[in-house]
Design a protein around this ligand. Structure first.
Ligand code: SER
Length: 594
C-alpha cells in the first residue's frame, strides 16, 4: 500500500467513526513561542485540548506535517526522520481510552483497513509513578481485544508519557503500538528495546495539564491524541525494512543518483548509504520548511533550516557530489508531494532560489577555509616525511570557517597529510574551558578585552540587540560586534536606514532595561535546547554541543561566550552615537555608556 492510500484509508476510517477532517497546519506554529516547529498533530490543537470548543466538533482527524530535530543524530537509521507526516485522531472530551484503543486496533488489524497480522503487534502501557497511577484501563482494553500479556510491556514515564509539547500544557500517559519488522517470528516476550520492533502509533490519554511550576493538574476535559507515522507504516505495508525504501524517497535517490552519476544508495557501503539518507531526509525537511515561508538564517527556524542544508552539502561530498545540487533535490521533493501539499509547488521558484543562495554562500565559506588550509600545507617543507596538520590549525579552520574536522581530514589525506586529532580535541576542549571560565574571551564578533567597561558595553550590546528586534522586527540578526572600553559597535541585518524615532525608541528601551536593574544569569545548554528556549545570537556550527546562554532578567536571552556585568543597574546611561550602513542589508550602530 502506498502512502497516498494509507492517508486516505486513515481519513476514511475516522470519518466513518464520526470524525471531522481538519487541514494540516503550517510547520511553523502560529502563536506558540514554546517550540520552533510543529512536532505533532496535537500541536495546533492545544487550545481545544485545554477546553476551547472546536468549530468542527469533538472528534477530529487529519494528517499533519511535523519536524522533530531532537533525534537528528539518529537520522539515517531505518526509521528516524526530521520531517515526517503524522496521521492523527482526537477526542476533545468525547471518547476516551477504551474506544481510542478499539479504533486503533480495528484500523491496524481489520482486513478492510490495514490488515496487519496480530501476532506481529505489541503494545506498551504506562506503569505508573507518583504523578499518575498504572494505566490498568489501557492494559485491560488491549487484553480484551486479544493482545496477549507477553506482548504488553509496562514502561515508565520516560517512555510512556506524552507531552507537554513545550514547557507546560496538556499531557498524560500513552500506549504505543509496535510492529515486528525482524526476520522470522517475533520473540515470545515483547521488548520495545529490540530495534526490530518499530513503534508505529501512539495513543495519548490527555488527563493532565502540566503547570509552569511542574505540577500535574487533572484536565477538566479528558482528551485522546493519537499519532501514527506515515513513513514508518508505509514501509511496513510495503514489506520494506526502512522508510527510505518507500516511494516517498525514491525520486530523491533517483535525483541524487543522476547528479552523482552512480546508483545511490548503492547498498554496498553502509557508511555512504547513511550519508545518502541524511541528505534525502534533511533536504526533504528543508523544502517543507521553506514552503512555509522560512529562509536560512542565524537564529530560530532559519538556523535549523541553514543547518539542514549545510549538513546535506557536507554529507553529499561523501557521495562524490561537490557542485550545487540542492535545488535539484528540491525539485524531486516538490514533484513528489505537491498533490498532497500544494504549498510546495506554489513556492517552488522561491525554494529553488533560496537553496542555491544558501549553498553558494556555504561554498564560499568552505572555499575561504580551503585557502587557509592550503596555506597550512604550503608551510610544511617538502622534505618533511611525516606531514601533519596540527590540532590547533584544524580547530582554527573549524572555528573560523565552520570547516568540519572530517573535511580537513579528508582534504589532508589527499595531500598526504594527517591531522593531529588528539591535538584537535584538546584545542576544542581548551576553547570550551576558556569560554566556560569566562576569562580571555574569544567572543565571536570581537570582545577584545575583559575590562570592566568592555564587559558593561557587552551587556549593553545584548540589550541593544533585543531592543532592535522589538522595534524593527524579528528579521534583525547580529552580523558583527566590536567592543572597546570606549564604545560598542553592533552590526545587524536590516534593509534600510533607521528613522530618528526608531533610534529614540531603541535607546529608550535599552535605558529602561538598565533602570530595572535586571540580573544577568548564565546557563549551559545544547544549541537545540537554547533554540527551543527562544535564545538568539550567533550559533556555533555543531549540533549537540553545549553553549552558554546569557539571560538578562526576562528581557533577553542570547547565546554568547561572555563575560557580562552581573546586573544591568551598573551600566549607566546608554546613548546611540551613530547609525550607518555597514554593507548591503546590514546596518551599524555605535553607542556608548555614560
Ligand atoms: N502527540 C503524540 C505523539 O506525537 C500522539 O500524537 O506521539
Amino acid at each position: 500500500m502506498k502512502a497516498s492510500e494509507l492517508r486516505s484509508k486513515y481519513i476514511e476510517f475516522f470519518r466513518s467513526k464520526g470524525h471531522a477532517v481538519i487541514k494540516s497546519a503550517p510547520l511553523v506554529p502560529e502563536n506558540d513561542p514554546t517550540v520552533l516547529f510543529t512536532t505533532a498533530g496535537m500541536h495546533p490543537l492545544v487550545p481545544f485540548l485545554l477546553g476551547e470548543p472546536h468549530p468542527l466538533g469533538r472528534r477530529l482527524a487529519n494528517f499533519q506535517k511535523c519536524i522533530r530535530t531532537g533525534d537528528i543524530d539518529e537520522v539515517g537509521d531505518p526509521v528516524h526522520l526530521t520531517f515526517f507526516e503524522m496521521l492523527g485522531n482526537w477526542s476533545l472530551g468525547d471518547y476516551f481510552k477504551k474506544e481510542a484503543i478499539e479504533f486503533s486496533f480495528e484500523f491496524l488489524t481489520s482486513k478492510q483497513w490495514l490488515g496487519l497480522p496480530l501476532d506481529r503487534l505489541a503494545v506498551t502501557v504506562f506503569e505508573g509513578d507518583s504523578d499518575a497511577p498504572f494505566d490498568s484501563d489501557a492494559m485491560e482494553s488491549w487484553l480484551r481485544l486479544g493482545i496477549p500479556e507477553n506482548r504488553i510491556a509496562r514502561r515508565p514515564k520516560k517512555d510512556n508519557w506524552w507531552g507537554p509539547a513545550g514547557e507546560c500544557g496538556p499531557c498524560g500517559p500513552d500506549t504505543e503500538m509496535f510492529f515486528w519488522t525482524g526476520q522470522g517470528e517475533p520473540p515470545h516476550v515483547f521488548s520495545p528495546d529490540d530495534k526490530a520492533w518499530v513503534e508505529i502509533w501512539n495513543d495519548v490519554f490527555m488527563q493532565y495539564n502540566k503547570t509552569k511550576d511542574g505540577r500535574f493538574l487533572p484536565l477538566q476535559q479528558k482528551n485522546v491524541d493519537t499519532g501514527m507515522g506515515v513513513e514508518r507504516v508505509a514501509a511496513i505495508l510495503q514489506g520494506k525494512s526502512s522508510c527510505y525504501d518507500t516511494e516517498l524517497f525514491a525520486p530523491i535517490f533517483e535525483a541524487l543518483s543522476s547528479i552523482a552519476g552512480k546508483p545511490i544508495p548503492s547498498s554496498a557501503d553502509p557508511f555512504l548509504d547513511r550519508a545518502a539518507r541524511i541528505v534525502a531526509d534533511h533536504l526533504r525537511a528543508a523544502v517543507f520548511i521553506m514552503a512555509d515561508g522560512i529562509a536560512p538564517g542565524n537564529v530560530d527556524q532559519p538556523y535549523v533550516l541553514r543547518r539542514l542544508i549545510r549538513r546535506s552539502v557536507m554529507q553529499a561530498r561523501k557521495l562524490g557530489i561537490s557542485g550545487t545540487f540542492c535545488a535539484k533535490i528540491a525539485d524531486a521533493v516538490i514533484a513528489n508531494y505537491s498533490d498532497v501539499y500544494p504549498e510546495l509547488s506554489a513556492k517552488s521558484a522561491n525554494i529553488r532560489e533560496e537553496m542555491d543562495r544558501e549553498e553558494e554562500q556555504f561554498h564560499k565559506t568552505l572555499d575561504n577555509g580551503a585557502r587557509e588550509f592550503e596555506k597550512f600545507i604550503s608551510r610544511v617543507p617538502a622534505h618533511v616525511t611525516k606531514k601533519v596538520i596540527s590540532g590547533r590549525n584544524a580547530f582554527y579552520l573549524y572555528e573560523t570557517y565552520g570547516f568540519p574536522v572530517e573535511l580537513t581530514v579528508e582534504m589532508a589525506a589527499e595531500k598526504g597529510f594527517s591531522v593531529d586529532m588528539d591535538g584537535y580535541t584538546e584545542a576544542y576542549r581548551k576553547h570550551q574551558d576558556l569560554s566556560r571560565a569566562g576569562a580571555e574571551q574569544k567572543f565571536k564578533g570581537g570582545l577584545a578585552d575583559s575590562s570592566e567597561m568592555t564587559v558593561k558595553l557587552h551587556t549593553a550590546t545584548h540589550l541593544l540587540h533585543k531592543a532592535l528586534r522589538t522595534v524593527l522586527g524579528e528579521h534583525v540578526e547580529q552580523k558583527g560586534s566590536n567592543i572597546t572600553p570606549e564604545r560598542l559597535r553592533f552590526d545587524f541585518s536590516h534593509p534600510e536606514k533607521m528613522t530618528d524615532s526608531q533610534l529614540i525608541q531603541v535607546q529608550a528601551i535599552v535605558n529602561e532595561a538598565i533602570a530595572k536593574n535586571m540580573p544577568v544569569s548564565i546557563e549551559q545548554k545544547t544549541v537545540q535546547e537554547a533554540l527551543e528556549d527562544g535564545a538568539i545570537g550567533l550559533f556555533v556550527e555543531k549540533y549537540g554541543e553545549k553553549v552558554k546562554v546569557y539571560s538578562i532578567g526576562d528581557f533577553s536571552k542570547e547565546i554568547c561566550g561572555g563575560p557580562h556585568a552581573e546586573n544591568t543597574g551598573s551600566l549607566g546611561k546608554f546613548r546611540i552615537l551613530k547609525e550607518e550602513s555597514s554593507s548591503r542589508g546590514v546596518r551599524r550602530i555605535k553607542a556608548v555608556l555614560e
